[in-house]
Design a protein around this ligand. Sequence first.
Ligand code: GLV
Length: 330
Amino acid sequence: MTKPRVLVTRVIPDAGLDPVREACDVDLWTDELPPPREELLRRVAGVDGLLSLLTDRVDDELLDAAGPQLRVVSNFAVGFDNIDVPALTRRGIPGGNTPGVLTETTADLAFTLLMAAARRIPESVDYVRDGHWKTWGPMLLMGVDIHGATLGIVGFGRIGREMARRGRGFGMRILYHDVHPATPEDEAELGATRVELDELLRASDFVSLHVNLTDETHHLIDADALRAMKPTAVLVNTSRGPVVDPAALEVALRDGEIFAAGLDVTEPEPLPADHPLVGLPNCVVVPHIASASRVTRDKMARMAADNLLAGVRGERLPTPINPEVYDERA
Ligand code: GLV
C-alpha cells in the first residue's frame, strides 16, 4: 500500500518526526529558515497532509496549490493565527494545534521575562561583561520589586491562569481582564479579580499579555494604553507581537512612560538587530522561545504528529482547531 505523502516544513523533534516517517512518505524541509513562499507552494502540491509552523501562512492560495486531496493541516504551535481557519473549513479540511502541553513552559518564560525586566538582569550582565563593575554601588542598577506588586493579566486562558499561579507564589495581587469571566470558583482558587482593561492598566505594576491575536487584539496595547500604565510598570508579551504597537512601545520605554518591557514576541518577527527596541536598555527581547524546553517541544512534536496521522487516516484529530468541520460532514 502506498504511504500518504506529507510535507513537514521544518525539522521538529524526533518524538514527532519518527512516527510520521514510519507512516508516511515525508518531504522534510531541513533549512533553519522557513521555506520561501514559492518553495512552499511548489512542495505542498499533491500532499495528503501538511505539518506547518507558525511561520507558514496557510491560506486559500496555499490550499489551492496543495490540491483537493489534502486531508489535514497540523500546526506545530498552540497559536494558529498563521492559518485562515474558514478557508480550511470551507474545504472540509481539519486543522490541528498543540494546546495544553506548552502552558506551563510558556508561563515560566513569561515570568522569567517579568523578573529579568524588573531587576534589569540583561543590563546587569552586560555591566559585568563590559568591565564596569568596580564596587558595591548603593545606587547601582535599581529595579522594581516583584513581591507584593500587582500583576495584571490580559487574557485569562490556560497560560494566563498559570501566570496567575506564579504571581501568587511571589505574593502578588492578581487582576485579570478577559471577555469571558472565570467562574467564581476559579477566581477564588487563583485569587484573581476581574477588572476592565483600563483599570487593569492603571492599577498594575506588571501587565502580562496572554490573548490570541485577532482583529480585536491587534495593537490592543497602543499609545493610550501605555500612557495609562504606571511609570514604574513592566509590560510582558508572550502572546503575539502585533498585540503591542511597537512604535508606541518604543516611545513609552524611551520617555519613561513605563519602566521596562519583556518581549518574547514582536512586530515584525524576527526583530532586526538594529531595531530601536533591541537597542533600548529597558527592553528585554528574546526570540519567541516561550515553549522552548526540550520536554515541551517533544510533547508538541508528538501532538502535531498525532494530529497529522489522524488526519491522513481520515480519523478525527485529537485537537482540532475547527471541530465544526466534523459537524458539517455529519
Ligand atoms: C507559539 O507561539 C505557539 O503558539 O505555540
